[in-house]
Ligand binder design. Structure first.
Ligand code: HEM
Length: 318
């Protein structure tokens, strides 16, 4: 039986499952990073709704959002860890998995604190449509990320997560990887944005009408070209954004430092802590640690009905 609160043991077990031969580029790290981000990126600072509490993707209302397509794989990958450590909340597990994955792929250490709670039904979940749409451009990025409380520099730093992983035609409609080595965290994304000759490629898919593609000098003709989303490319078409793209392309240490800070901020969205760093579920009560029961070990549709929650704190409501 695992020791309650032993997050170091959880970290080790997350690390141990990251390399998976049959999946994508042999690594589940990128999709875990995307899970942590989508679990947090629903936050709205004006209404104080959404954010990394809740683990709302367990419910159809959020998990079935087309913006979250593909993340059922990430959730199922970490399910055996939830089984082994049933006391951990999904919202802590999903955010911690992203942080551990980034470090393990050569990225920076990211400060992470426990204490997020799982919702026991879908009533507190934010509406769909709060995550960014890759087919748009800089105005849209500002609209979405300002709502979460980020500034221009932070938007560019966060976008650098696209050093990792790939797009899947059956998930987002876009296809391909941003960099040549998509399981190694670096500042390559910014360098390629500035250096390569990007060309528009029609995809003619709903939600993903076209994307940018380019090849690097060492590539063969039948190699899959590198890609950029319209939103990625728009960072070079805006003076304030481009300034940061250039800085991060030149200075990987600066990028790692800023990325660590901004990712830590991302996974804290909607989480309140007292002066000792202990999470409060709202401003009135010190929330208890509400951990939802384990789910299925195979990918499937998210639940429509509320799940039972253990360690229920009836006062712990937003
Ligand atoms: C700036 C606005 C953003 C847009 C429009 C966007 C859009 C996308 C899209 C369309 C995909 C492909 C999904 C698929 O087909 O599997 C993707 C993948 C990914 N995104 Fe973003 N994203 C954004 C920001 C972020 C941020 C802030 C992070 C993390 C800090 C992030 C991390 C990732 C990762 C790691 C993947 C690869 C997932 C995989 O390999 O399965 N993205 N993103």
């Amino acid at each position: 039986m695992s020791k309650e609160g032993d997050f170091d043991a959880v970290r080790k077990d997350i690390e141990a499952i990251l390399k998976q031969k049959g999946y994508d580029d042999g690594h589940i790290g990128p999709v875990l990073v995307r899970l942590a981000w989508h679990a947090s990126g629903t936050y709205c600072k004006d209404t104080d709704t959404g954010g990394s509490n809740g683990a709302g993707m367990r419910y159809e209302k959020e998990g079935g959002d087309p913006a979250n397509a593909g993340l059922q794989h990430a959730r199922v990958f970490v399910e055996p860890i939830k089984r082994k450590y049933p006391w951990i909340t999904y919202s802590d597990l999903w955010t911690l998995a992203g942080v551990v994955a980034i470090r393990s792929m050569g990225g920076p250490d990211i400060p992470w604190k426990a204490g997020r709670s799982d919702f026991d039904d879908d009533s507190l979940l934010p509406p769909r449509g709060r995550l960014p749409d890759g087919s748009q451009a800089q105005d849209h990025l500002r609209h979405i990320f300002y709502r979460m409380g980020f500034n221009d520099q932070e938007i560019v730093a966060l976008s650098g997560a696209h050093n990792l992983g790939r797009c899947h035609a059956d998930r987002s409609g876009f296809e391909g990887a941003w960099v040549n080595n998509p399981t190694r965290f670096s500042n390559q994304y910014y360098k390629l944005l500035l250096k390569l000759k990007w060309q528009k490629k029609d995809l003619n898919r709903e939600g993903a009408p076209w994307q940018w593609v380019a090849t690097t000098p060492g590539m063969d003709e039948d190699d899959e070209p590198l890609m950029m989303l319209p939103t990625d490319y728009s960072l070079t078409q805006d003076a304030e954004f481009k300034k940061w793209v250039e800085k991060y392309a030149e200075d990987q240490d600066l990028f790692f430092d800023h990325f660590s800070k901004v990712f830590a901020k991302l996974v804290e969205l909607g989480v309140y802590r007292d002066e000792d760093g202990v999470a409060r579920f709202n401003n009135l009560t010190k929330g208890k640690y509400e951990s939802a029961p384990p789910k299925s070990l195979t990918p499937g549709a998210p639940e429509r009905r509320p799940a039972q929650v253990t360690h229920i704190s009836t006062k712990a409501r937003l």
